[in-house]
Design a protein around this ligand. Structure first.
Ligand SMILES: [Zn+2]
Length: 262
């Protein structure tokens, strides 16, 4: 399994990171994508990935909830980190739009997102996209670059059938599916079965958030991605091995710099 989205550099893991990594490996996790959200985390993400080369893969970007009026300066520094990183950066992320709590920085969010979408076009690095209460605005921007985009992940997808279809119009993009799939009241199982082939899904935890059932309410960690795999197998009526094989192949297609280990 590959956990494509995990905030492993967070303070929540500072105390027992080694044990978390060991449990992930034991559960069958082969690689973890670790997204940056702001300047500080773009550094901690790289530092973490240097400790676990070939297992933890860095993504760099400015998260919509971290966008402030200084976004231009912040993006300049992040761009420099891309260019100077010894490491192959896996993707640009996490980037996107989030109007759930506030629209205070709506304009700045829109501009910062579009700028990072352009980076993706220029660098051919895929996008790791976070979108909450902003799908129309996001699609409006992405459509301008539709033919040029290399691909990416719509992370933490929780939408309905129509929203899934809108997103899957973008070639080389997949939906990141995590703990929400396992929640009792989630409509996601029906939505996926109706509108999303397994070939368009990648696994994620979004740890430390969004822990799946039966770990709901606890700190999430990459080993728990196995619960998402189990639920996907149940939804699609296939074996867990099939989910593993197909979603891993999807990751390798979207993120070519994850080494093929199988
Ligand atoms: Zn995230």
């Amino acid at each position: 399994m590959i956990d494509t989205h995990c905030h492993l550099d967070g303070e929540e893991f500072a105390e027992d990171l080694e044990a978390v990594i060991a449990r992930a490996r034991e559960a069958g996790v082969e690689a973890i994508g670790v997204p940056g959200i702001d300047l500080k985390s773009c550094e901690t993400v790289i530092a973490l990935c240097e400790k676990y080369p070939g297992f933890c893969f860095p993504m760099l970007g400015l998260h919509p909830e971290e966008v402030r009026n200084d976004w231009r300066e912040v993006l300049q520094i992040i761009k420099f980190k891309f260019q100077s990183s010894k490491f192959k950066v896996l993707a640009i992320g996490e980037v996107g739009l989030d109007f759930y709590w506030s629209r205070e920085f709506e304009n700045a969010q829109l501009q910062a997102f579009e700028e990072q979408v352009r980076w993706s076009v220029e660098t051919r690095l895929p996008l790791m996209i976070h979108c909450r209460k902003a799908q129309n605005e996001m699609l409006h921007i992405l459509k301008r670059y539709k033919e040029e985009l290399p691909g990416g992940v719509f992370h933490c997808f929780t939408g309905n059938t129509i929203e899934a279809q809108e997103l899957l119009q973008f070639d080389h993009f997949v939906l990141g599916i995590g703990g929400v799939l396992t929640f009792k009241k989630s409509k996601l199982p029906e939505t996926l079965l109706e509108a999303v082939p397994l070939e368009r899904i990648v696994l994620e935890t979004d740890a430390p958030y969004m822990a799946p059932v039966p770990m709901r309410g606890q700190r999430n960690e990459p080993a728990f991605v196995a619960h998402v795999r189990r639920k996907l197998a149940e939804v699609y009526g296939v074996s867990e091995e099939t989910v593993d094989r197909v979603t891993t192949a999807n990751v390798q297609r979207i993120f070519p710099s994850i080494v093929n280990k199988s």
